[in-house]
Design a protein around this ligand. Structure first.
Ligand SMILES: [Zn+2]
Length: 716
């Protein structure tokens, strides 16, 4: 068989890597979409990189996005409707603790799961925010802009974000909800463009009043973004949907106007700033007006509104708002005469991963007693988390550099960001231009943009008739490892996929013998789509591991030479060496492109073939007698142990607990066992590298009927 993958054609990996998972908002717990669609893929990738690059060279960050008007709104409602009597900080902390507990339940191995407003990261995040805003100002890329903001005269307060609700003015937008200056699909617009605004506080129609804020000059980066996007389109690692979505934002500033307003438009056209009109194509119902830049388009708004012309805006780069006047935000230093403002997501959630990285390094500096440098200064800022807060456990080892720039601004480091496809504008447009503007040599991110995880074939929405289950609830029906393997098999990097766990399927699928309706969840004939990968774990993988360990176990009355409790010495057969090498190389290529489903498929094929080889070889050996039987069985065991070791390393990021249990029975140091530095070594070479003699490494005796991967108790 011709080899498909070559040792000379492997993807290149950086020396160090940051992995980030999109930050969940701090007003609720995590539903399955957060965990299955973002955290599990990111965790798989981070665990793979730790094995591939060395665990000290990887920092995996995420955290609770703590600030902003949606949190203020949920907090206000909780206080008013349910008599909640704690502070907003305690409210966010309780949600963060719930989120961290869920991530622990799913074995998500963040180096830090912080919180932008929670210790230990809060003060460091304030510092990073101030440094970034002052630096952007120093670079001349942020400035004061006066805009109109909604004001609720009855409540006597300015309204932000979700405190105003209306309809999105962006042409063709399918969102159901739009807020003061963005819709829930991330389109940004000017407040005066919002259709049918209403105050959430009083239900009144709010008025618009002028306010001063800081804006990042995003339109100045149009040419840079065009070049960058064209380059990105050539990058095989990043899916084309990313560059295609970015291109949509790099169009000229345009307005779309329905043909029925044509007369009104013609009446005011001579008052408009410079523009060109593109007549409707074919039987389209609107015509297009193009302006030289967003400024002229903005100026046109008032002219058209006064002339009674309704319009919708096309996507284009507009100034990116950095600050606002929300109390519950990150404090912002006075810049350009703008005072008493704060910032919250989006801008600050883009640099939160830098704050979290610095928090991880501050923790390292503190543990190592380092007293100089940024990490030591950050350590002095770092506070203690609340006593009763739940944390994702911190690593027990030190990372390879305490200097955050070695991670974020270095040619031999990469930043891998796992994001939802809805957020491409923020991570790929706004962040890319801002990183360039900072002039700190920040490395641009490599993003894995995932599609939505659908629930029972529909877009998951907590307000729908069958609301998606909270992530923790699934663990009443499935094991963590079953869920991880299932989600990773779905291929969310290629298309939206439905998660349809049978345990939650209430459709009627038949009748029992008394004529009563039977629902899918109780119907024995219905196969559970969520358990498709479970057989690989509880069947195939388990069987291979058991065969190896039981195969060498000391057995009373059995004098076979291989039954000495040790991994037998010897060279694996050529087929086995070739199969292992091909599986490793195929797996690595899949990981390079974030194709988790392909990586899992490689393991699936490999494990099934390994099991078959063992079954055939051990059966053949059992038919022999005397010395030839011993030799044949020893060879079968050498082969099976080789395949088990390679499969366990590959599967480590997918189902970490079971693989670490296998390693425990191998009785090897886990760091060496899982390291890709040893993945092509023969078992004998590996044993020798640990200072032992081949054939003399003793495995831990396996108790009878042992399971490395068990089913959920409800599945028996
Ligand atoms: Zn929209």
């Amino acid at each position: 068989m011709a080899s498909k993958y070559s040792m000379n054609d492997r993807p290149s990996w950086p020396r160090r890597a940051i992995v980030t998972a999109g930050e969940p908002y701090g007003n609720k717990g995590l539903h399955f979409g957060h965990v299955g669609g973002v955290f599990v893929p990111a965790d798989f990738f981070a665990r793979f990189l730790r094995d591939r690059l060395g665990r000290e060279n990887v920092i995996f960050t995420s955290g609770t996005d703590c600030y902003g008007s949606p949190i203020m709104e949920s907090y206000r409602k909780l206080k008013e409707n349910e008599g909640y009597d704690k502070s907003i900080g305690e409210y966010v902390e309780s949600n963060h603790s719930r989120q961290a507990a869920t991530l622990n339940n799913y074995n998500i191995s963040c180096d830090i799961y912080g919180g932008s407003g929670l210790e230990p990261a809060a003060q460091i995040h304030n510092e990073v925010t101030a440094e970034i805003i002052e630096r952007l100002h120093e670079q001349g890329t942020i400035s004061k802009r006066s805009t109109l903001q909604f004001h609720d005269a009855k409540a006597g307060t300015f309204l932000n974000g979700r405190q105003v609700i209306g309809r999105c003015p962006i042409q063709g937008c399918k969102s159901e909800k739009a807020y003061a200056d963005e819709c829930d699909l991330g389109h940004q617009f000017e407040p005066e463009e919002l259709i049918a605004p209403k105050s959430q506080l009083t239900g009144e129609v709010p008025e618009l009043r002028p306010v001063d804020n800081l804006y990042f000059d995003l339109p100045a980066y149009l040419d840079f973004m065009k070049t960058y996007t064209a380059k990105l389109a050539q990058n095989p690692q990043v899916r084309s949907v990313v560059s295609k979505t970015m291109e949509e934002w790099l169009l000229p500033a345009q307005l779309y106007i329905q043909n029925k307003f044509r007369e009104a438009f013609d009446a005011v056209e001579d008052q408009l700033p410079e523009h060109t009109v593109l007549e409707p194509e074919g039987n389209k119902s609107s015509f297009t007006v193009t302006f030289p830049s967003w400024k002229e388009r903005d100026d046109a708004h008032a002219v058209l509104a006064n002339g009674g012309v309704r319009f919708r805006s096309g996507k284009a780069l507009v100034p990116f708002r950095i600050t606002g006047n929300i109390d519950w935000g990150v404090p912002v230093p006075e810049v350009d005469g703008v005072t008493d403002v704060t910032c919250w997501c989006w801008p600050e959630s883009l640099w939160a991963p830098i704050s979290y990285t610095r928090t991880v390094l501050a923790r390292d500096a503190k543990a190592a007693g380092v007293t100089e440098g940024v990490a030591a200064q950050d350590a002095a800022l770092m506070g203690e988390p609340a006593a009763d807060s739940t944390q994702v456990p911190a690593p027990t080892y030190q990372h390879s550099s305490l200097d955050w720039r070695d991670w974020w601004c270095s040619d031999d480091a990469q930043i891998y960001q796992f994001i939802g496809q809805d957020n491409i504008y923020f991570y790929c447009i706004a962040q890319t231009a801002m990183w360039e503007a900072l002039g700190w040599d920040l490395t641009q991110s490599t993003v894995s943009a995932c599609y939505h995880l659908l629930y029972m074939g529909k877009k998951a929405s907590s307000s729908s008739q069958t609301p998606p289950p909270p992530a923790d609830d699934l663990l009443n029906h499935y094991t963590c490892e079953q869920m991880r393997a299932h989600w990773l098999s779905l291929g969310l990097s290629e298309k939206p996929v439905s998660f349809s766990p049978k345990a939650y399927d209430t459709r009627v699928t038949g009748k029992d013998k008394n004529g009563n309706e039977v629902r899918a969840c109780d119907d024995k004939r219905v196969i559970d789509p969520a358990l498709k990968e479970s057989a690989l774990l509880t069947g195939v993988f388990n069987r291979l591991a058991r065969s190896c360990f039981y195969g060498v176990a000391v057995k009373e009355g059995d004098e076979s030479p291989y039954r000495n409790g040790c991994i037998p010495a010897g060279t694996a057969s050529a087929t086995v060496v070739e199969a292992a090498q091909q599986a490793v190389l195929a797996f690595e290529q899949a990981m390079y492109k974030f194709e988790t489903h392909r990586a899992l498929a490689v393991c699936d094929d490999y494990l099934r073939a390994a099991n078959k080889r063992w079954s055939d070889a051990s059966k053949a050996a059992n038919k022999l007698e005397g010395e030839p039987a011993n030799a044949a069985m020893t060879q079968a065991l050498v082969d099976a142990f080789t395949e088990l070791r390679v499969a366990t390393v590959l599967m480590h990021g997918i189902v970490p607990a079971g693989c670490e249990l296998i390693c425990e029975y191998f009785d090897f140091d886990p760091v060496a066992f899982f390291s890709w530095d040893n993945i092509f070594a023969s078992t004998d070479e590996f044993v020798e590298s640990l200072g032992e003699k081949p054939g003399e490494h003793r495995v831990k005796p396996l108790p009878p009927r042992f399971d490395f991967f068990s089913k959920h108790e409800s599945q028996y």
